[in-house]
Design a protein around this ligand. Structure first.
Ligand code: 5GP
Length: 210
């Protein structure tokens, strides 16, 4: 049976790249395209990275019960449309959700069979480096992403499985391995020790930068 697979990670861990590669490499994997009220960044196109909508459209989708889940992230709203997900599942595809931890937990509540995968950055230095080199964002936006990254890392404890993003190739291989394990109801891979090390490192380093 096709799976719902939530992929979450601290901002800057490269989860969107991993999701894009999974879709490219496996015909039976599709990504759920979220709706958002934020403006497109850089080369983002409507209907590819997100469906970009205004507040009025987002409000009416909430009123009509069209979302499987929605959340406010960095003062903007993001949501997953039920109909898109059902359509992909009916085509026999595993559906990836490239969403934040609140979204992941909400999906798990509504669809307990969902597989929740948390992607870990190789190190905190690497995470800080990636976040501070995004040219599209202001210093204040970067700071709020660093704060969020620390809080998000802690949420990784609640996920079913962990994947280390040392290289995109390895991370993609691991997610593919996990989705096959989940289909067979086999035990999933958790990297609890690595996660705790990262949390401890983030607590000392990120707090110094704030
Ligand atoms: P960004 O603005 O950088 O594309 O995304 C900001 C955050 O919103 C990311 O953590 C992203 O995963 C999350 N996000 C994207 N789509 C959704 C969604 O449909 N629901 C929820 N809850 N979060 C989402």
């Amino acid at each position: 049976m096709a799976e719902l697979i939530v992929i979450s990670a601290p901002s800057g861990t490269g989860k969107s790249t991993v999701c894009a590669q999974l879709v490219k490499q496996f015909d039976d994997v599709a990504v759920s395209i979220s709706y958002t009220t934020r403006k497109p960044r850089g080369h983002e196109r409507d209907g590819v990275e997100y469906h970009f909508v205004d507040d009025k459209q987002f409000d009416s989708m909430i009123e009509n019960g069209e979302f499987l889940e929605w959340a406010r992230v960095f003062k903007r709203r993001y949501g997953t449309a039920k109909s898109d997900v059902e359509k992909l599942l009916s085509q026999g595809k595993d559906v990836l959700f490239d969403i934040d931890v609140q979204g992941g937990m909400n999906i798990k509540k509504r669809r307990p069979e969902a597989l929740l995968i948390f992607i870990l950055p190789p190190s905190i230095d690497e995470l800080v480096h990636r976040l501070t080199h995004r040219a599209t964002e202001s210093a204040q936006q970067i700071q709020s992403r660093l704060d969020a990254a620390l809080r998000e890392l802690e949420q990784g404890r609640k996920y079913d499985a962990h994947v280390l993003n040392d290289t995109v190739k390895n991370a993609v291989k691991q997610v593919d391995f996990l989705r096959k394990k989940a289909r067979q109801n086999e035990e999933l891979i958790r990297l609890d020790e690595k996660l705790e090390d990262l949390i401890a490192e983030a607590n000392s380093k990120l707090r110094l930068t704030t």
